[in-house]
Design a binder for this molecule. Structure first.
Ligand code: 2RA
Length: 349
């Protein structure tokens, strides 16, 4: 039978992308129920070409639901994913609430699909978008060479901070547009765009070395997520990982510069071949012709794009590469949809 799906957070930035993805991908569901806060209840949204009325989040809304996706803030997931699971649904959660819970698998279908079957709490977590933007490509290289260490710098898009992040970036860009003198005196962009919004410094005409909240010893929550989630997904609890997460004035698509050290010696051409053959990865790597991924060329697409693949000049076991992935698609909605499809096969097979 075709399972019933609930999409919780259907009206948010990720939820909106999710409705598009559900309309494009193979239709494996019976009913699709759209759920949001009481404020959005009654709204009509289109999924699979049909208008669906949004229902308010309540325990009863999960009755008869087989799979419930959550694209909502951590505290909402923390409260409601267990309620959905209690009512019999498999909850696929895109928040940070359960990712590091040892009884909740953290799943990337191209990397660790079998983990989705072991879910003692009835909950499966979807990784953070920054981890997801690199892990499919790194998983392929790990299978070939054995990963030992990662040094990562992210270039994260504004939409990682939700619709508010997108709105604030556009509003700041409007405020600086046309002023050709800006960006040449310390603090002049800050004066022009003012304070407020999800970014702790102006994002227009700037980069901001911060995402998430402050954790111990100066690390940001985002940097710790990259470390902890990579370890869990790859099944490498001792993997050495150092990340520096940076926000850049890009609307959507996270990029990462990665220095990856392996157990075995690597070869540039062989590594490129591994990446080119990996499901979910596109090798886009011919710098002589200016072929490399950029966020603006990647946004709206599903795969992880990889370019600038080089063997380290100082370490024959290390590769340097540049990756881009749409943080709202593979980084959030698409991976959640792929996990839900894995679960859906349990109903249909
Ligand atoms: C960000 N990774 O980009 C976060 C969103 N989950 O801010």
């Amino acid at each position: 039978r075709k399972p019933t799906l609930a999409v919780v957070g259907a009206t948010g930035a990720v939820g909106t992308v999710m409705l598009g993805i559900l309309s494009e991908r193979p239709d494996v569901y019976g009913e699709i129920r759209l759920v949001a806060s009481p404020r959005s209840a009654g709204k009509k949204l289109t999924v699979r070409g049909e208008e669906v009325v949004v229902q308010a989040l309540s325990p009863e809304v999960f009755d008869g639901v087989d799979i419930a996706m959550f694209d909502v803030p951590d505290e909402v997931s923390a409260q409601w994913a267990p309620i959905a699971a209690e009512r019999g649904a498999v909850a696929v959660d895109n928040s940070g609430a359960f990712r590091m819970d040892p009884d909740v698998p953290l799943v990337v279908p191209e990397v660790n699909p079998a983990a989705a079957k072991v879910r003692p709490k009835g909950i499966i977590s979807n990784p953070n978008c920054t981890t997801l933007s690199m892990i499919v490509a790194l998983g392929a290289l790990h299978r070939e060479y054995g990963l030992a260490e990662l040094v990562v710098a992210s270039y994260q898009a504004a939409s990682g901070a939700g619709q508010e992040g997108i709105d604030v970036l556009y509003s700041q860009l409007e405020k600086v547009a046309g002023d050709h003198g800006l960006g040449q005196r310390a603090g002049d962009v800050r004066e022009a765009v003012g304070e407020g919004g999800p970014f702790p410094a102006p994002l227009a005409l700037n980069v901001v070395p911060w995402a998430g909240s402050l954790k111990e010893d100066g690390w940001s929550s985002e940097e710790l997520k990259v470390r902890n989630e990579s370890r869990k997904i790859l099944g490498l609890p001792g993997l050495r990982v150092n990340a520096t997460c940076v926000r850049v004035p890009v609307v959507t698509t996270h990029s990462l510069a990665v220095h990856a050290v392996f157990e075995r010696e690597v070869d540039q051409k062989a590594a490129q071949d591994v990446l080119a053959a990996a499901p979910g990865v596109v090798l886009h790597d011919d710098p002589a012709s200016h072929v490399f991924p950029t966020p603006n060329d990647v946004v709206g697409t599903d795969p992880t794009w990889v370019g600038r693949v080089r063997r380290s000049l100082d370490d024959p076991k290390a590769l340097d590469l540049f990756l881009c992935g749409d943080n709202l698609r593979k980084g959030a909605a698409l991976n959640t949809a792929q996990i839900a499809e894995l679960v859906a096969t349990e109903f249909t097979s």
